[in-house]
Design a protein around this ligand. Structure first.
Ligand SMILES: Nc1ncnc2c1ncn2[C@@H]1O[C@H](COP(=O)(O)OP(=O)(O)OP(=O)(O)O)[C@@H](O)[C@H]1O
Length: 433
């Protein structure tokens, strides 16, 4: 059969679903027409949420969506854009995106975004404390809050006991730092070896098996074992069990309550039992806000020392915003933000609101009480009265439109298809509420 008789659609569909690149395409009106499995994995959507995706999309004005919309408006490609963000499941994700306009017979018919997930690579490269060549010890870790002080105290005991340790906490709470500090304090002089479970495949586990003999007297840190597919968790369990008599210290981390992870089939019970000789929970930053300012003070002092800058602190308005914000990406998010802010500093010694990136202001200055996910309807949630729902939705939508157009009422009103006066009237109504 000659190839021109074969309908290639099923082949393209198969390739789209199985390729290791996230694909998101929109039509000329901005409506999603392709959203493949890898993209769901990258953005951390669950199936139930995808059913309500159209609602979520209505409320989304974040960077990634707007790149597609920008390309749709300009008709030109935007290539190699690196983004680090915290997805719907709170996982830290770094992608490199290429966004292209799609033409058919010279007419713009849509846009497509291709996302490469480089999270693991990025983690290896972005090691902030290591970039200052500081050894990671319990002293380098910010721990002002009572809960972090307890983490340090338990970790010091773990270092002496040399038992397997399970660190439990959201992305960016400092689990890897603690693992490394335990290693240093445990008087082991072998290597500290990290197995990044995000994106790990059979090949990496085989490699780990080969590397095991070189790990004697060192630590194996298995980062986020809950992100490893179950059959590989089984293999990892067999592997660590086999070596457990040897002089290797075993530490692992998970992103949420291990009992719930076991219940939902994301964590193998046996693997949990192996590592949980000592469990150390790390609270999210929103529950220990004292650590924000102490971390920032350390950061600024390091910046002054290493880069000769004069930055001393932040003003009251920025401090209030930092205090109120939820920090879903925890200290890592704060650190990336401070990297961005300090890169813009010239002669200023105090961080002021105008130095904060626009995207951070948009997400931290909450227009209303509700976030996009609050607009989803499901059986476990109480419904809002319709009038309240519509008001919240309107408030959210208008405020986000204003953020998108940097506060320009004329442009936002144009985009929303309403008069400037009408938009101003509605914004005033929101302020009064
Ligand atoms: N208590 C802390 N003191 C100083 N720096 C911290 C602290 N917690 C986090 N950080 C900073 O945040 C970065 C990320 O922390 P780390 O990699 O340890 O988080 P994690 O909990 O292991 O995240 P993930 O689950 O995504 O692997 C660190 O490299 C460090 O620069």
């Amino acid at each position: 059969m000659s190839s021109d008789k074969v309908d290639l659609t099923p082949f393209f569909e198969f390739a789209g679903e199985h390729v290791a690149v996230g694909i998101h395409a929109v039509d000329s009106k901005g409506k999603t027409i392709i959203y493949n499995s890898k993209m769901k994995e990258i953005e951390g959507f669950d199936f139930e949420e995808l059913v309500d995706r159209s609602i979520l999309e209505m409320f989304r004005f974040e960077q990634q969506e707007s790149t597609l919309l920008k390309v749709l408006q300009s008709g030109t490609s935007v290539l190699n854009v690196k983004q680090t963000y915290w997805n719907r499941k709170g996982q830290e994700i770094t992608t490199i995106n290429d966004t292209y306009p799609i033409f058919s017979n010279e007419e713009l018919i849509g846009a497509i975004e291709l996302s490469r997930d480089v999270t693991t690579l990025e983690k290896v490269v972005y090691q902030p404390l290591r970039k200052y060549e500081e050894p990671i010890t319990f002293n380098t870790i910010t721990a002002v809050s009572p809960s972090m002080k307890k983490v340090i105290a338990t970790s010091e005991k773990a270092a002496k006991a040399k038992l397997p340790v399970l660190l439990i906490g959201e992305s960016g709470t400092g689990k890897e730092l603690i693992a490394e500090a335990i290693h240093r304090a445990s008087s082991l002089n072998g290597p500290f070896y990290t197995l990044f479970c995000h994106g790990t495949d059979q090949h990496l586990l085989d490699q780990l098996l080969l590397d095991m003999p070189n790990m004697a007297g060192g630590t194996l840190y298995c980062e986020r074992i809950d992100l490893l597919p179950l059959h590989l968790q089984g293999q990892l369990h067999a592997l660590v069990q086999e070596q457990s008599g040897d002089s290797i210290c075993f530490i692992a981390s998970v992103g949420e309550d291990p009992v719930e992870l076991i219940g939902s089939g994301k964590l193998l019970k046996e693997l949990y039992y192996f590592f949980s000789a000592m469990t150390i929970p790390l609270e999210p930053l929103r529950k220990r806000k004292e650590d924000i300012f102490s971390f920032a003070a350390d950061y600024f002092s390091r910046h002054r020392k290493n880069f000769g800058s004069i930055v001393r602190g932040m003003d009251a308005e920025v401090s209030r915003l930092f205090q109120e914000y939820d920090w879903p990406g925890n200290l890592k998010e704060l650190e990336l933000l401070l990297d961005e802010i300090t890169s813009m500093l010239t002669t200023q010694d105090i961080v002021t609101m105008d130095l904060l990136p626009q995207y951070f202001k948009s997400k931290s200055i909450r227009p209303g009480k509700l976030a996009p996910e609050d607009f989803l309807v499901n059986s476990t949630k109480e419904l809002l009265p319709l009038e309240e729902y519509l008001f919240e939705a309107e408030m959210y939508y208008l405020q986000k439109a204003m953020d998108l157009y940097n506060g320009n009422v004329t442009k936002a009103a144009n985009a929303l298809g309403m008069s400037r006066q009408n938009l101003q009237y509605r914004l005033r109504k929101i302020k009064k509420k």
